[in-house]
Every structure is written in C-alpha cells, then in structure tokens.
Design a protein around this ligand. Structure first.
Ligand SMILES: [Zn+2]
Length: 163
C-alpha cells in the first residue's frame, strides 16, 4: 500500500513510499518547500521502544540457511539434468540461478548470525538507543514530537502535561 505524507503547514507532498522497515532515527523532518517540521512515519525513537528481542534471534537465520541449502542442492541437482523443451543455450540458466540464490542466502544468513553473536549488532543498537535518548532528553524536541502527533512515551512527557 502506498503511503503519501504531506507537509502539515503547506500541504506539499513530502514523502511517498510503499512497504518499509522501521528505522531507528528521528522522525522529525523538514519540509523542503516551507521548512516546517513533519513526521516521517517510518522512523521511531528507539529510547521509547521495548528492546527488539526479535531482531536478535538466531532461528530466522537458521531457517534461511536451510532454505538456501535446499536451493543450492536443487541447483546442483538440476545442472546434471536437461530440461525438456528448453533450448540448449539456456539450459544453464535455471540451475545457475538456483545455485546463486542458494549460496547468497547461506552467506547472508551466516553474516547475519556473526553480526549478532559477535555483539556488533548489540553495540549498534546501544549507539542508536543512546542517540535517541539524547534527543528525547531535549524538552523542546519532545514537545515538537507531541505537537506533530507522535505518540510520545509516558516517561518522556513533561509532568502535568496532557497529550
Ligand atoms: Zn511545507
């Protein structure tokens, strides 16, 4: 589904995107037309979010390794066979695609697992968290977030303020 974001002040179309993954950075952006602030719905302040356990699990990578191994095996298996009705010059195509896709998936999942196990991913998370916490300790910044309609987590709201 296509999402269109318009500047709340001047109505200029500032963002158009389809499927997206959440980014841990400031959701406040400036309109290039009038310079007013607007919210980028793809961005989230990490300091207000629960720890994303899901991102640190190994099993999705293991599943991916298994699937990659299957594709690789399939490609090797197919390369020893002739596909009926397929011209001689393109016989190599399908098995090669399977092998490349399978090997690529295995490699990507191994890199993903090393990234988690080495602690590098946790380190990056910590850095993004600290940056977010720094932004969220700025009262003016938090107020701007709230005014733009961002769901400011309880612990960052000013005392006695209704949002
Ligand atoms: Zn604008």
């Amino acid at each position: 589904m296509k999402t269109v974001v318009r500047c709340p002040s001047c109505g200029t179309k500032v963002l158009t995107f389809e499927n997206y993954s959440v980014q841990y950075k400031s959701p406040i952006k400036q309109c290039r037309q009038c310079g007013s602030d607007y919210l980028d719905p793809r961005c989230v302040e990490l300091a207000g979010e629960p720890f994303p356990d899901r991102d640190f699990k190994l099993y999705p990578y293991l599943v991916m390794t298994g699937f990659g191994a299957f594709l690789l095996w399939r490609g090797i298996h197919l390369s020893g066979m002739r596909v009926l009705g397929e011209p001689e010059e393109t016989q190599w195509f399908l098995p090669t695609m399977f092998i490349i896709a399978g090997a690529g998936m295995i490699l990507a999942s191994i890199i993903g697992m090393i990234y988690i196990k080495s602690g590098l991913k946790a380190k990056k998370y910590k850095r993004l968290y600290d940056e977010s916490l720094e932004r969220m300790s700025d009262k003016y910044y938090v107020r701007t977030l709230g005014l733009l309609g961002y769901p400011v987590p309880e612990q960052f709201r000013e005392k006695g303020e209704e949002q």
